[in-house]
Write a protein of this length. Structure first.
Length: 79
């Protein structure tokens, strides 16, 4: 889980902020993003995370981008 969390967190950081945030932060954002993405995709009627595969990586990245968006809004940061 740590590798997939780091990968999805890194990709989300690149998409949202233009740079990664370091291994630990990327991993945490990726893991939280997997939970958030799984919840969102399940609410929309699609499969959430299903293991270490491309679909789960996409779900995790989408969730991680959502987490970064919310974090930056709460922290008062702007792009």
């Amino acid at each position: 889980m740590d590798r997939s969390g780091a990968i999805s967190g890194f990709i989300a950081g690149k998409i949202y902020e233009g740079s990664g945030n370091g291994f630990l932060v990327n991993t945490i954002v990726g893991i939280v993003g997997a939970v958030v993405g799984g919840f969102v995709f399940n609410m929309l009627g699609a499969a959430g995370t299903t293991g270490f595969n491309i679909w789960s990586l996409i779900v995790s990245v989408v969730g991680a981008v959502i987490v970064l968006f919310i974090y930056n809004k709460v922290a008062g940061r702007s792009l």
